[in-house]
Design a protein around this ligand. Structure first.
Ligand code: SAH
Length: 191
């Protein structure tokens, strides 16, 4: 990877999840979108692992399904769920080592259908409980679009309030670029 690709917050997310996940692990993509993150998670957990991908738009799940199929991912590895991510605790699963959120709207889809901050916060609280020890919750925030600014602030306040003995919370943001810039929040679960 060269420096210009590495500098993006989304690349840092990929580095983090690639470092944490091993074959056989369980992971969640809370916002499948066009399936780029779901594909990465499936490749990292391998044929013995499990990835649960959530989206409320059937179009997004269909795009994800096509991407996974085109990349030869075995259908036993993933479950594509047309479900609100705030209901992720309704499923039976092994504790996920990684849970990814990519907020905002479906790229190429309807930009008025965005993640809603109340739901996002509820889902993040649940994700924190589900996550395995030594796992990470990653949240890509987009303060640059309408509604995204408040959502990004609320997610940052919530994660900043998590107990420092149990969690390490980090932020990655490009500083010398047009504001407001997208940023990554990462919550590492210690105990
Ligand atoms: N902005 C990102 C992509 C975000 S995609 C980028 O540019 O890469 C966000 C996805 O979250 C969309 O496909 C949307 O349908 C989905 N979504 C919105 N609210 C949701 C919810 N409550 N539960 C699950 N998925 C949701």
């Amino acid at each position: 990877m060269n420096a210009s690709s590495l500098s993006r917050p989304t690349s840092i997310t990929q580095l983090i999840v690639s470092s944490l996940l091993s074959p056989g692990d369980t992971a969640i993509d809370a916002t499948a979108g066009n399936g780029h993150d779901t594909l990465l998670l499936c490749q990292l957990v391998g044929d013995q692992g499990k990835v649960y991908a959530f989206d409320v738009q059937p179009e997004a799940l269909e795009n994800t399904r096509i991407r996974l199929k085109e990349n030869g991912v075995d259908a036993s590895v993933y479950e594509l769920l047309c479900m609100n991510h705030k209901e992720m605790d309704h499923l039976e699963m092994n504790p996920p080592r990684v849970i990814m959120f990519n907020l905002g709207y479906l790229p190429g889809g309807d930009p008025s259908l965005i993640t809603q901050s109340n739901e996002t916060l509820e889902a993040i609280e649940k994700a924190g409980k589900l996550l395995s020890l030594q796992g990470a919750l990653t949240v890509m925030c987009y303060p640059g679009h309408t509604g995204g600014d408040i959502e990004a602030q609320r997610v940052q306040s919530l994660l900043s309030s998590w107990d420092g003995a149990n969690w390490k919370i980090a932020k990655y943001e490009l500083l010398n670029t047009l504001k407001p810039a997208p940023f990554l929040l990462c919550a590492y679960k210690m105990k």
